[in-house]
Design a protein around this ligand. Structure first.
Ligand code: NAD
Length: 250
């Protein structure tokens, strides 16, 4: 029997993370899914993945807490004993604010989840994947944002800056880990139809931005999931250090 590849997806309860988990399950992966917040949504994602034939371990873990991330990898070791792919999806925008009135607490929390969380998960995964440590290599995809290149002035400079750090980390890790058989890439979604916008605190934002998107619509979580699965697939075997825009041309 051929072993099924094992993928970890962070923040898999809803949105892009949930769509990625479902697609990966449908394509034959077993999964460790982390979640924070809505337990019912996370359980529903896990159930949908199991219905596709995947073995699923569901773990509550704050992505910005390195100890919780280490514990999640411990659960992965115990259940599956391997990891082939990591999707670092968990992320927050923090409250909308112009720069002059933004708080240090907002900057700290957004960087804790989006940047420290990413580095911590990538390190845990890479230690297991690295060929020099007896691993079999693997693939990592970070969920960045087009905001990294746009700057999101007057609303989410703190968020855009954190995603700029994500892009930089992806480039550095691609170079450092390529020799270990690990490819590291990112997707940079534009405006995707998920609940993140409801929590972002600017209700008219979608109507303001969508007309400026060349494709004139938001993207779906499933469209982003397809790109994540592509970057992790053998079809992308020579893609390393790429940040793939998935923003309808914006
Ligand atoms: P979402 O808010 O629906 O999903 C985010 C998920 O991350 C949720 O399940 C949430 O519980 C989880 N999460 C947040 N903080 C966490 C933490 N500390 N620990 C564990 N889980 C945590 O939003 P989404 O749009 O699906 O966002 C997924 C990723 O996509 C994020 O990194 C986000 O920055 C990025 N992104 C989204 C858009 C968009 O327009 N929706 C655009 C660009 C980038």
């Amino acid at each position: 029997m051929v072993d099924r590849p094992v993928m970890m997806v962070t923040g898999a309860g809803r949105g892009i993370g949930a769509a990625t988990a479902r697609l990966a399950a449908a394509r034959g992966h077993d999964l460790l899914l982390t979640w924070r917040g809505a337990q019912a949504a996370a359980a529903a994602t896990a159930e949908a993945c199991r219905a596709s034939g995947a073995a699923v371990e569901l773990v509550q873990a704050d992505a910005g807490d390195p100890a919780a991330t280490a514990a999640a990898f411990g659960r992965l070791d115990a259940r599956f004993g391997r990891i082939d792919a990591l999707v670092v999806n968990a992320g927050i925008t923090g409250p909308a604010s112009d720069f002059l009135t933004s708080s240090d607490a907002t900057w700290a929390e957004v960087f804790r989840v989006n940047v420290l969380g990413l580095a911590s998960a990538c390190r845990q995964a890479a230690q297991r994947m690295a060929t020099s440590r007896g691993g079999a290599g693997g693939g990592i995809v970070a969920v960045s944002s087009r905001a990294a290149q746009i700057g999101s002035a007057f609303e989410f400079v703190h968020y855009a800056a954190s995603k700029g750090a994500v892009d930089s980390l992806v480039l550095g890790l691609a170079r450092e880990l390529g020799g270990e058989g690990i490819r590291v890439n990112a997707v940079a979604p534009g405006m995707i139809d998920t609940d993140i916008h409801a929590s972002a605190g600017i209700p008219e934002r979608i109507g303001r931005i969508v007309p400026g998107i060349p494709l004139r619509r938001m993207g779906s979580p499933e469209e982003v999931a397809e790109c994540i699965l592509f970057l992790l697939s053998p079809q992308a075997a020579y893609v390393n250090g790429a940040v793939l825009p998935v923003g309808g041309g914006r």
